[in-house]
Design a protein around this ligand. Structure first.
Ligand SMILES: Nc1ncnc2c1ncn2[C@@H]1O[C@H](COP(=O)(O)OP(=O)(O)O)[C@@H](O)[C@H]1O
Ligand SMILES: [Mg+2]
Length: 272
């Protein structure tokens, strides 16, 4: 911590821009975005579909480089993926050629995370239990439902105890009850383990319930529309959803997001 008592900056976006080559020139997706995520913060990113959220997270994950500016982790520019980051992307995180148990054990076999075989077994059992996958230890991912595969991806990411969790709509394919259970489980994991989290979600309620800060992004090319400090401490309880403060925050953020959806619809409407 600094002299002012502020926590260290762990993830820094510094004037990040991204352009993709397109048929008629370049598609500008991210436009001069700067923000900082501090130690143990839980930051949610919300914005219209196609605005550039996954693109921003891919840079933090080390899957791609920005066209301009930089993303730094603990002050160092990101140059590639690493075991410090647990990544849960929509199309990433489960190996189809490994069983459920082998998928969870995979990260624990990497040199940076190496643990004994007994410990590995114990960690796998623990996360299979937490995720309701205990009866499927030796099943292949193709035998699981979409929601179960998503829970397997979560188990894999949590098992290696990464310092950073980068989650791109991790609960999207889950039914309402499972989604709520997975949100509470994530909050429990965060109470027990030190992590800094960046979450992309379409759910305003999920963003408020889980986050310490919410970044609302504009339509493409995406910029920061508003940064909202969530005024609730941890631990959190389900009944927070019913508080008037939660309701007021929800309508404010919904309003912002709806305006950006409208702006994007206007922008992508075919010309006649
Ligand atoms: N590799 C790529 N090449 C070209 N265009 C891309 C690529 N990745 C994403 N895009 C485009 O960039 C825009 C933002 O995509 P994305 O970051 O996935 O949006 P979001 O996650 O906010 O829905 C979209 O228009 C998408 O088509
Ligand atoms: Mg996306």
């Amino acid at each position: 911590m600094s002299a002012k008592g502020e926590k260290a900056v762990r993830i820094a976006f510094d004037r990040v821009s991204v352009e993709f080559p397109a048929a008629n020139g370049a598609l500008k997706v991210v436009d001069d975005v700067s923000y900082e995520i501090r130690d143990r913060e839980f930051v949610s990113v919300i914005g219209p579909s196609g605005c550039g959220k996954t693109t921003m997270m891919s840079i933090v994950a080390g899957f791609m480089q920005p066209s301009g500016g930089s993303v730094r982790l603990d002050g160092r520019p990101v140059t590639g993926p690493g075991p410090d980051r647990g990544v849960i992307f929509q199309e990433y995180g489960v190996f189809p050629w490994l069983t459920v148990r082998e998928n969870i054990a995979f990260g624990l076999r990497l040199k940076a995370n190496a643990v004994s075989e007994a410990e590995r077994r114990q960690i796998c059992d623990r996360y299979m239990g937490l995720m309701g996958l205990a009866d499927f230890a030796d099943a292949w991912p193709r035998m699981l439902s979409g929601g179960m595969r998503q829970r397997l991806a979560l188990a894999r990411a949590y098992a290696v105890k990464p310092e950073f969790l980068l989650m791109d709509e991790p609960f999207g394919a889950l039914d309402a009850q499972t989604r709520s259970a997975m949100q509470d489980l994530l909050l429990d994991v965060l109470q027990a383990e030190r992590k800094t989290v960046m979450l992309i979600t379409h759910s305003v309620e999920e963003a408020i319930y889980l986050s310490s800060r919410i970044i609302v992004m504009t339509a493409r090319p995406t910029r920061i529309r508003e940064v909202i400090d969530v005024p609730f401490g941890y631990p959190r309880e389900e009944k927070l959803h019913e508080s008037p403060e939660f309701g007021a925050l929800r309508s404010h953020i919904r309003d912002l997001v709806m305006k950006e959806y409208a702006a994007q619809a206007l922008q992508t409407r075919p010309a006649h």
